[in-house]
Ligand binder design. Sequence first.
Ligand code: GLU
Length: 472
Amino acid sequence: MTVRTRFAPSPTGVLHLGSVRTALFCWLYARHRGGQFILRIEDTDRERSTKENVDAILDGMAWLGLDADEGPIYQSERLDRYREVIDQWLAEGKAYHCYCSKDELDELRATQKERGEKTRYDGRCRDRQTPEKGVDPVVRFKNPLDGEVIVEDQVRGRVVFQNTELDDLIIARSDGAPTYNFTVVIDDHDMQISHVIRGDDHLNNTPRQMNMLAALGATPPAYAHLPMILGPDGAKLSKRHGAVDIRAYRDNGYLPEAMLNYLVRLGWSHGDQEVFNVDEMIRHFDIADVNQSASSFNAEKLRWVSQQHIIEAPVERLAQELVPYLEAAGLDIAIGPSPAEIAEGFRERAETLSQMAESARYCYEDFDAVDPKAAKKHLRPVILKPLRAAKERLAGLEDWSKIAIAEAIDDVADEFELSLGKLGQPIRIAVTGGPVSPPIDVTVWLVGRERVLARLDHAIEMIAARAAANAD
Ligand code: GLU
C-alpha cells in the first residue's frame, strides 16, 4: 500500500504549534513509509479564510522544510466536484433538502432540552416531497438510523459510536456552500489518503465522515487522532500561552530543525532519545509509538533543544542563519568578526540565534559601562599589575591569533603566579563588560586588537583610580 497523508489546515488562523505538530507527524509518517504528503488548504469558509493566513501557513511550512509532494490544493477550487457529489446524492436519495427555518430548529432544540434529550436534528425533512416556496434549503446527509460506527484509531484504539447519536449533517448551506465534514470526505477519498492523522478534536467527526465515505462506496482510511498539547497551566494550548504564529519562533531565533525536534517529542518518543536530526526523526517515527496522553508545552525544554541544535549545526549553516539576527540587532558585520567566527565562538552558550547575536554585541560596539557587580569583584587593585602586563604582551603580539593570545595570557598568569581564571576573568570583564563570554583566548581574538587594548586601558585606569581612592 502506498502511504498518503495530508495536512489540511483551515486558513481561518495562522500556523501555530499544535497545527505544526500535526503537520510534522503527517509529513514524517509519509517520509518514513516512502509515501506522499499532501497539503490541502481547507478554505471553504470564505468569510473566515484569509490570504494572510494562507501565506502564514505556506511560509511556515517552507521555513520548517515540511515539503509537500502534492499541493497546496485549495478546496475553494474544487467546488464543482463537491456540487457534483451533492447532486448525485440528492438524486440517489442519500441526501435531501431541508427547509426547516431557524425558528423551527430552535423550537426543536428547546423541546429536546426540556425532555432531557440530546439535541439533534430529528430528520423531519427526510421524506418531504414538496419544496417550501421562497426558502433556499440546506442539504442534509441521510445518516444511517441505526447500527454503530467503529473507529479503529491507531492512537486511541477502538472507539464505538452509535448512529442513533448522530444526526443528519448539513453538507451544503442554503447558499450552496459545502460544509467542512463533507469536503474532507470527498477530498480524502479523491486524494486517496491512506492515513488521516489529525488532532483528537476531530475524533467526533470521524463516524460521520466514515458514514459518508460508505455512501461513496469507499473504504475509510486509517485514522490516528493525536492527543492534545496543553499549556503550562494544563489548559489546551492557545494564544494565551504566548507566540501563536510559528514564524514568531523563527523571528526569535530558533532553528527550524530545533522546532521540529521539540514538537516531535510532544506525544511521540523513541527510547529516551531527546535530540533528533530530521533524518533520525524520519527513520524512527511511527504512529505506533504515538502516546495516548496529552503532552505539555515547556518553553524551557524548547530552549534546551534549540541549544543542542545550535551546538550541532554545521558552522557555515549557522553563520548563514545568524546574519539576519545580527542585522536585526543593529550590528554592522563589516566592522567586527564574520558571522562564521561568531557562530563558532558563541555556539556553546546560545539558546537561540537572536540571543547569540545579542551576546556578540561587544564584538561590534563599545559598551557603556562594565557590569558594576563584576567590576567590584574582579577589577581590583591586586590585578592592576598583571592587567598592565597582559596589555603590554597583547599589544606586542605580531600575530593576532588564538594560539598567540592564549600563550600571552598564560605567560602573564605564570609570571604573577595566578591561575588562568584569576587573570582571565578580569580580562574578560574589561574586554566584554560582563562575566560571561566564550573562552578567554577566543573572546580576546574575536573582539580584536584595537578594541581589546583600548578596553584594557580603560579598565586599568578604572582600577588605578579605585586604588588611589582607597589609599587616601
Ligand atoms: N481543516 C481542519 C482543521 O484545520 C482539519 C481537518 C482534518 O484534518 O480532517 O482543523
